[in-house]
Design a protein around this ligand. Sequence first.
Ligand code: HEC
Length: 475
Amino acid sequence: MKNLRTKLMLFGLCLAVGIGLVAGPGCGGGFPIPDLPDKVVGYCIYKNNFSGSNECKEYVGSWTVKEATDDCKGNGSTIQLDKRCGNAQDKKLGDCIFIINKEKEKYARVEIPGDNKERCGGTKRGCEFFGGGSFVPSTVCGGVVDTGETPSTLPVFRPGQLDCKDPLPGDAKGNGPNGQICTMSAISGASEPGRDFTKYGNCELVRTQRPYYPVPPNSGHDKDDPRMKDPAYLKENDWVKAQVQATACVCCHTTTAPQGPSNWYVESSPNWINSMSDKALAMGAGWISGVGFGAYPPEKNNGFTRPTPTDPNHTIFTTNDDARMRKFFENELKHRGRKKEDFKDEKYAAGPLDTQRFYTPKECADTQTIDADGTIRWIGGSARYIHVLEANASSPGVPPNLDKPEGTIWKVDVDAYTGTPIKSGEIKFGEVPAGAKQDFPAEGKPKALESGKTYYLFVLKDIVNPLTRCLFKAK
Ligand code: HEC
């Protein structure tokens, strides 16, 4: 039995979107929206790790009460059995539909509350990019769907790597072995100062490390700027641009990015800096911290540095002269009449990455644990990263410097290119399955877990995509 009302409602919305815009295959853009079964086990209201706001998740179809109860508990909340979410059309941005198991008719429908139209694009991205769901806009978001360039899921996060290349014709010899130019291909990476990262680094890899999509620049970016006639100003402006050009940041912030630039871009004229928002400048000045994006040590990154937990107010840009970079952005903010106090409520720049770093785990459900024989169990699907930590360790963030916080006991990574994600129950503590590698400890077995002691189980579908993050008692 299908629920005719649900079906018609979804269909009606799809149609409205289809008329208003060039609709992709399936109205949500992720995948065609399935007919949802009638049966709902219950709902769960919890805080979304990406948006920081509350969502209501409905367990639709063949979930058992236990599965749904555990899933809700895994989200840090308590299920309300036999009830539906029921936010009115004008009180929600839309529904994010997840297919859990098509054959078994098991789905999740997440209502994203809100009435601010400006959040529609971001909400759709959150649903489809991070979640792998399909977004069905409500009347609030009707006709405000993105232009359709966004792929339905993020590619697998590829770890950073050092790429050494011969200089291109006409370019000077590099500082690497045999005059090669060695570049750290990673979002926090850099080539040699004065080089062009898009030529020497691997931007395709970089664009797997955070979502890439085109975003219009700051309004007024193309206005005349008399400062461009001042040689002293121009010198600093050119220096900052050359620094950005040498780093992975340029991969999405350039007209040569596959679908055009994400927001600000180095080619914007007459003054590229004007393509940045005030907030972006505050990140440049280090007033809003970019720690969450990760950092390589300068000796592995052509001398370039980034904000780190011990130097959080470093400019968000990857640079080999932090003081000079921050000074430039402070002057830009002054020019726009902005003060440090204006940004005092925005401490961190990395959004979902920061939310994850600061996540405080709660107690595990019964289905999230390590059995007496070492078998590791979690919920939500197959995993690429499995961490076991001391109970008081902070939550892991992105590689290379935030993914093994103090208190890490064991960490296993599935190879991003050749490995198959590991299923719950198919890995034992201390035993590394084929296609995976132990990332911590560097060598040897992890230290044994003590029976009765509490530990932190942290399992990711992929970087920035958590499945299970909770505290369990060792058996
Ligand atoms: C994979 C693509 C990609 C890469 C690489 C990238 N960015 Fe971005 N960046 C974006 C997108 C997309 C936006 C638009 C805002 C959003 O949707 O997150 C953005 C926006 C920004 C903003 C503006 C934020 C605001 O609120 O105005 C700043 C500053 C920024 N990026 C800095 C950086 C720095 C520094 C790096 C390198 C360490 C970098 N970006 C690398 C995609 C990227």
